[in-house]
Design a protein around this ligand. Structure first.
Ligand SMILES: [Zn+2]
Ligand SMILES: [Zn+2]
Length: 825
């Protein structure tokens, strides 16, 4: 085979010189925005995951291009973040230096993949011309009340020395480094994503996204319909008051207000402020000891239903809003400060965790729900039922009980129906160096002062001691931190925290189309034309992070008047994961990694790409297999021989007009069936079946070629079709073969083949067409065609007008497989 990396380079050079993939924003073709999740610029070469995501999405977008779409396909780098900083800490190389060098390397490798990126639209989030717009968006959100600062218990990764968003804590551990995350009270910046909780849910059904991803988001947003119930409380025999002298209320959220009459105690989260307020002097020691103990437990542990319950009495009591009864208030870590109100009304007879807790601590258990009157179900009985032992509410069913109880409570101003969400606001400040500076100033006189937009960007300084010690590195950089207040010009300090890098990626798809705009993040008119992204492809691991943040930011920017659409990504595909040859996840320690480079230099990038397409169901992935790759190399070799054969046949073979032989028909059938299948399957990211069809077509061409009577025109039509269909998967190879066949440059400027449905009709029969009983002409149709279709075929036949001789059709009769009889007058 002559195909090799040299052929790759030849065409890459030609494509670049001829600006083949330049995006033309003024084109009047239909726009199609195809985007892969951008990558982190790591020092190593492109790994298999990059190739799998990028090269095959490129194949998809190449087909779309040939189908006539004006495809916008940019590429860039998610360049801020911890890896560069951690690498810097290890090696002493400044994050900026290593990141910029890595971007250079990756750019080169991405070019060598032979993808259709238009590099004029490249972006890197660590550059001031990008992050200044992060800062502007931050300021606009701040102005709108969608960015705010508060003191809250936050997730702290001791190894990364920074806080993390809830979404970045996986099973209680840091998503980056796996270290167990602890809680810390800190004043931090948040984005008010919860204001969009309902809309984020409402828009999900209409998105062309994997169902699983939609489910993850639905679960993460966690909407529950319930009630808010208030309890007054008593400490040391005194009713607790608020600062303004009114009665202090403990609010609980419950989805089962029907069980209210069975409340026998109340639980508060041990880390909450209210826990400290409620704790009496006698209980102080015990509560402090318990708070210390629970600090180490992760949220996941704490919410587990199987974990042994622990807790401590605070010494205070809650007053039941309806019965006026006093019930003890306990602190227990099965209640979490960040969820709901951090206070729970406990109904041990009808809740498993409350039941266990009450059993352990000898608290009363009062049955108030039964499956039917007079039945003593086994406790805890958690299903809905009829109220028993509930005073005036006894006998009501679930929905009537809720209505009656809420009516009673709201008349007392002690309760209401409420919708609750599990979603928390997005914590965006980080105590790290390599990120976007948060553009505010802390002034001793004016408080928090936003940096005026015309003073952006607030540049990230280069000379910074970035080794983490729990304090933000920027706080130690004198030249950065000391400034003057933009309002009163007094000496002031800059904000020392940087933004979560997920802020950078929450709107980057909006920057690409207008990447050179120096006046604003993007032009509204342009972005409304170019977005939303039509096809977005990337890993499923960002379902509750990046994909949720980007949806929120899009909606927030819409409400800021910066764009006019609701969702950033119309259609989403997650690629699967390629495993090691042993079927395990690839890891250096297992020694089962596959490095693309060796294969590419041996076989060429197109053989490698075609194997990625053929060897796996795209969204599933699966184990790597060397022999699969060799099979693809053989396939490409056979295509090459076919093209050589055709070019060596003297072109003066006369074809002219000829009858279709059975061999012709067989080949035409396979050819058009292949066009149909490859078009449909490639569109659906079913690349493996597309390649299988191409292999069938090649086999059919071979068979045709060896038949006694083949026609040169059909042979070369089939070969051209094969190349056109294969081109998205093997762009360099097919460009070369296209040229070899004597066609004009470029194969990618050719229209995508369309199939002829009539060629797919295999079993045909000849029928006679009669008019008023006289046979006029004959017609070949599919055996299984129904009367209506036959009638329309007959009516469309060019012979019909002559045969009718001015008469018009009164009646059409079809005798299946034999004749069509027309009654005409
Ligand atoms: Zn960490
Ligand atoms: Zn000031």
């Amino acid at each position: 085979m002559t195909y090799s990396v040299e052929i790759d380079r030849k065409w890459q050079k030609k494509w670049e010189e001829s600006e083949l993939y330049k995006f033309d924003p003024s084109s009047n073709k239909e726009k199609l925005y195809c985007l892969e999740m951008f990558s982190y610029p790591s020092g190593a070469n492109l790994h298999l995951g990059h190739w799998y995501n990028y090269s095959l999405t490129d194949s998809w977008s190449r087909m779309k291009r040939m189908q006539g779409y004006n495809v916008f396909h940019p590429m860039g780098f998610d360049a801020f973040g911890l890896p560069a900083e951690n690498y810097a800490i290890k090696t002493g190389i400044h994050p900026q230096d290593s990141t910029l060098a890595n971007i250079k390397t990756m750019e080169k490798q991405l070019r060598e993949m032979g993808a259709t990126y238009d590099w004029d639209y490249e972006l890197a989030t660590c550059m001031p011309d990008y992050y200044r717009w992060n800062q502007l968006i931050f300021l606009r959100l701040l102005e709108k009340g969608l960015a705010y600062r508060k003191n809250a218990p936050v997730n702290w990764c001791p190894k990364c020395s920074t806080v993390l968003a809830n979404e970045q804590v996986v099973d209680g551990a840091c998503e980056r480094c796996g270290t167990e995350v602890s809680k810390k009270n800190m004043t931090q910046w948040f984005f008010a994503i919860t204001k969009y909780a309902q809309e984020l849910l409402d828009c999900l059904p209409e998105l062309d996204w994997p169902e699983k991803t939609k489910k993850i988001q639905t679960h993460w947003i966690g909407r529950s319909e319930g009630s808010l119930v208030s309890f007054h409380c008593e400490k040391n025999g005194q009713t607790l008051l608020t600062e303004d002298g009114s009665l202090r209320k403990l609010d609980v959220f419950t989805t089962r207000v029907d069980t209210l009459m069975g409340v026998t105690y109340v639980v508060v989260a041990p880390e909450s402020e209210i826990c400290d307020t409620l704790t009496t002097d006698e209980q102080k020691q015990a509560v402090l000891a318990y708070q210390d103990l629970t600090k180490k437990a992760t949220d996941i542990d704490r919410m587990s239903t199987t974990r042994e319950k622990t807790g401590v009495f605070t010494g205070s009591y809650a007053i039941h809003p309806i019965t006026g009864e006093k019930v003890p208030i306990w602190a227990s870590d099965y209640v979490i400060a960040g969820y709901g109100t951090g206070i729970v009304m406990a109904v041990p007879a009808h809740d498993e965790r409350d039941f266990e807790f009450a059993k352990k601590f000898g608290l009363p258990i009062v049955r108030v729900i039964a499956s039917s009157a007079d039945v003593a179900d086994e406790l805890p009985f958690c299903a809905k039922g009829i109220l028993v032992n509930s005073g005036e509410f006894t006998g009501l069913d679930f929905s009537h009980a809720i209505k009656a109880l809420i009516d009673t409570l709201s008349a007392m101003n002690m309760g209401e129906l409420k919708i609750n969400y599990r979603l928390r606001d997005w914590l965006i400040s980080r105590q790290r160096y390599w990120g976007t500076p948060i553009p505010v100033v802390h002034c001793p006189h004016c408080g928090i002062v936003p940096v005026p937009e015309d003073q952006l960007p607030v540049l990230l300084p280069y000379d910074v001691e970035f080794r983490p010690d729990g304090e933000s590195p920027l706080a130690k950089c004198e030249s950065f931190i000391n400034t003057t207040c933009p309002k009163c010009f007094a000496s002031a300090k800059r904000e020392a925290d940087t933004m979560d890098t997920f802020v950078d990626s929450s709107w980057y798809e909006l920057r690409y189309p207008d990447v050179k705009n120096t006046a604003e993040p993007f032009s509204k008119e342009l972005i409304n034309r170019m977005c939303p992204v039509d096809k977005y492809v990337g890993g499923p691991e960002h379902a509750a992070m990046h994909l949720l943040y980007a949806r929120f930011i899009c909606k927030a920017l819409r409400d800021l008047g910066m764009l006019d659409f609701d969702e950033p990504f119309k259609s989403l595909v997650h690629q699967g994961i390629i495993l090691g040859p042993d079927g395990n996840r690839m890891s250096k320690s297992k020694g089962n990694t596959v490095a693309p480079d060796a294969y590419i230099s041996k076989y060429g990038s197109d053989v490698f790409r075609t194997y990625l397409a053929f060897g796996f169901a795209y969204t599933d992935g699966g184990p790597w297999n060397d022999s699969g790759l060799q099979a693809i190399a053989k396939f490409a070799g056979r295509v090459e021989r076919l093209i050589e054969d055709i070019t060596s046949i003297k072109i003066n073979v006369k074809c002219g007009k000829h009858e279709r032989s059975q061999a012709d028909k067989d080949l035409l059938y396979v050819m058009h069936n292949t066009i149909r299948a490859v078009t449909q399957d490639t569109d659906r990211f079913q690349f493996n079946t597309s390649i299988a069809r191409l292999m069938e077509l090649l086999t059919a061409i071979g068979k045709y070629q060896s038949s006694s009577e083949y026609h040169m025109d059909l042979l070369s039509e089939a070969a051209n079709t094969l190349l056109l269909l294969y081109a998205p998967y093997a762009p360099h190879f097919c460009e070369e073969m296209w040229e070899t066949l004597g066609n004009t440059y470029s194969i990618f400027n050719q229209p995508w083949p369309t199939y002829d449905p009539s060629a797919l009709i295999q079993d045909t029969v000849e029928i006679a067409v009669q008019i008023n009983g006289q046979i006029k002409f004959k017609l070949t149709i599919a055996t299984d065609l129904d009367a209506d279709s036959v009638e329309s075929l007959v009516r469309a036949d060019p012979f019909l007008p002559t045969a009718l001789a001015g008469k018009s059709i009164v009646k059409f009769i079809y005798v299946k497989g034999r004749l069509a009889n027309i009654v005409a007058k």
